[in-house]
Ligand binder design. Structure first.
Ligand SMILES: [Ca+2]
Ligand SMILES: [Ca+2]
Ligand SMILES: [Ca+2]
Length: 406
């Protein structure tokens, strides 16, 4: 895409993010991008600063690229909801057999930076890839609560060998920590690796890790955490993008992390509607809640309002084999090419409002149809998917209404 076209797209997306739920509707509950209530004044100020940093559109002059995917966090995580397929990013690699996967780093892997600053070539998919994974940006609202869930709870929830024989296992992705990672008291390590919980295959350990990776991999912005610029290795000798590194300061990165941590969880709606209530019960009865856990709890936190809270994200943060139709044949860490981390369902009914009225579901945003999403659930979720399909039309629509109330 021409640099000009995508800035136009960006403007459209930003415009859409301002559009209210219903014409005239201004209820803050319908927006995803507000702060948790009861922040202190200084916390609110940091939230506002982080909001600005999250929305900052980088340019060639401020260090964008030379190769990148999009120029701001908010251009993919529009209104803190889900991404539009136009901003999807691609990872690629090659299965070498014998359990070895080549991330093709000498050819620009693992991530395809498909845009570039003027005068420099963007990356293209090399030949010989066997695993190509298309990723749409997940919702980030409420994500500070997910970060504050203690590792011990995730370890307790994991059931890698399905010892309770309900057909659902749930695994952890132990990740080698970046050198800047500072473990919190709740973090548990195994063989020096820590539990991943962010990203669609749970590959980053905390929100700083995720944010630092996003700056460099998604925008080509160097920081104190990743100090070397990206480049397109197939474009020959690279002598820098002309902007001194680091291109973003540590204060901005810290503000963004604080902003993410203090985004309020999406507020459910229509909870008293009888169909929504019936749908909620059916959701548990047919086993959806086996992975999309209705409740999780946080442990200690240096942010008071996050500490020891129960909340309703509808995820277990674990990896599950989701079957052939959802497989991307792209392993990451211990996650296989068939595994995905359970997507939180909170905000499901609100995300369409941030991207122009149509939501896009699943890791690659391939469908806007919730019934299709459930039909595509295979592997460990095949049983509950089958049970959904066997329900009456009325019961199915009750589950959909429940999902849309989240
Ligand atoms: Ca750069
Ligand atoms: Ca690349
Ligand atoms: Ca630079």
């Amino acid at each position: 895409m021409q640099i000009r076209n995508f800035f136009t797209l960006l403007l459209i997306l930003l415009f859409c993010s301002c559009e209210p739920f219903f014409p005239g509707e201004t209820d803050g509950d319908l927006l995803l991008d507000g702060p948790i209530e009861d922040l202190t004044l200084s916390q609110k100020a940091t939230f506002v600063a982080g909001d600005k940093n999250f929305a900052e559109v980088f340019t060639k002059e401020s260090g964008l690229g030379p190769v990148f995917n999009m120029p701001s966090c908010a251009s993919c995580h529009v209104g803190d909801g889900k991404g539009h397929p136009a901003t999807n990013l691609t990872r690629f690699g090659r299965d070498m057999g014998g359990g070895h996967f080549d991330y093709m780093e000498s050819q620009g892997g693992p991530q395809l930076q498909n845009r570039s600053i003027p005068g420099y070539p963007a990356e293209t998919l090399p030949i010989g890839t066997t695993g190509v994974s298309i990723r749409s940006a997940p919702i980030v609202a409420g994500i500070g609560f997910l970060e504050a869930v203690p590792d011990s709870l995730l370890i307790a929830l994991a059931d890698p060998d399905d010892s309770d024989a309900d057909g659902i296992s749930g695994r952890l992705n132990y990740i080698s920590a970046p050198d800047f990672f500072i473990p919190k008291p709740h973090h548990r390590s195994m063989g020096g690796n820590y539990i991943g919980r962010f990203g669609r295959k749970a590959t980053t350990i905390d929100l700083l890790h995720q944010t630092a990776v996003a700056y460099i991999d998604d925008m080509g912005i160097t920081s104190d955490f990743f100090t070397s610029d990206l480049h397109n290795p197939l474009a020959g000798q690279f002598s820098g993008d002309g902007v001194a590194d680091p291109e973003v300061g540590s204060a901005a990165v810290a503000n963004v992390v604080f902003y993410l941590r203090t985004l309020k969880p999406p507020v459910p709606r229509n909870e008293d509607n009888p169909d929504v209530q019936a749908g909620k019960e059916l959701f548990s009865e047919i086993g959806c809640a086996g992975c999309h856990l209705p409740q999780l709890s946080t442990g200690d936190s240096d942010i008071d309002v996050l500490a020891n809270k129960t909340f309703s994200p509808y995820t277990d943060l674990l990896l599950h084999d989701m079957g052939d139709e959802l497989a991307d044949h792209y392993p990451e860490g211990e996650a296989t090419g068939r595994e995905w981390r359970t997507t939180p369902l909170w905000g499901l009914g609100l995300i369409k409002d941030t991207i122009g009225g149509v939501p896009y579901f699943l890791h690659d945003g391939r469908t806007s149809d919730l019934t299709e999403v459930i039909r595509l659930h295979g592997g460990e979720s095949a049983v509950s998917s089958g049970e959904f399909m066997a329900l009456s039309d009325e019961e199915q629509s009750q589950i959909i209404k429940f999902l849309e109330s989240l």
